[in-house]
Write a protein that binds this ligand. Sequence first.
Ligand code: OGA
Ligand code: NI
Length: 360
Amino acid sequence: MAQPNYDRKAELTAFDETKLGVKGLVDAGISQIPRIFHVPSPNYLKSDHSQLTLPTIDLEGIDQDPIKRKQVIAEVKDAMESWGFFQIVNHGIPFSILEDMKKGVLGFFEEDNEVKKKWYTREMNEERRVVYNSNFDLYSSPVANWRDTIFCDMAQITPQADELPPTCRNIWPEYSSKVMKVGSGVFELLSEALGLKPDHLSNMGCLDGIALIAHYYPSCPQPELAIGIPDHADNSFITILLQDDVGGLKVFYKNQWVDVPPIKGALVVNAGDLLQLITNDRFISSQHKVLANKVGPRVSVASFFTTGRSTELSKVFEPIKELLSENNPAKYRTTTTKEYIDHYLRKGHDGTSALLHFKI
Ligand code: OGA
Ligand code: NI
């Protein structure tokens, strides 16, 4: 899959300037994908037909039944220590809201081109609350991904209705407040799974911010050449992911790429790098990826729990003291979320862990 020399930068720029993302290429009827999308190595596409099954945890009754809660905490602990990933059902978000959220995202990407283009930007600042683009790391990553994205920071300062695209206006704030509640419950379980008080992680600021990142993976005419999202770990404390029924998400576990299968009404929970850092590697931020697919579009919504953008960015994080001992000294130095996120964004999805930069 070696590429002949070509003016990659010019092709990336031309693609970026269409402001129509990967969907624009598909709408134009291409049957061969542009070479900026060709993966540089077949490793990107590695997929194992693994028999391993990602745990699904049923949250029904955990607030009423202490025995059930204890069982769930044990399941959460096992899953986070080994997989760094699990799915949850009976999490409290009504099915209709999950469906409306996916519909709103689909609606945005299927919006009239001229309307959609107005949201396209690579700027991230207070004035541009909503960022729509294709490949946040387009110019730095080794391969352009078969994916378009719309992003909005939802916590702290809730966006005004007219700051959100029409198809997302009502549902994004509603979904975000619901997923925040789920997140709050999950952080309690995680705290308890670490042997800490239930509010420990939320008191540290893990729940202070939430960004909704909605992806649109168009149908790909040559999935054997492209990748939806390459091998990466998330720059969050946790991510709660809503996916549709197309599939293609895989997590790296025990040296194999294992499916994260779509389950009706379920949400996927995974640890991000910041959780791995503060738990001193107790909970692991696993690598995951999404393959390109002939079937499409695929829609997913990742809710990233990170500290918000404003003042909280200067907040300092380090391995939780209560988890350290003489035999288990801190493996990471102190950092701020700003330093960590800047490093992550600069690095892009290059196949290495952003955490290495913070190792002692
Ligand atoms: C992400 C991610 C997976 C998906 O946004 O970090 O891994 O299924 N998304 O879209
Ligand atoms: Ni991810």
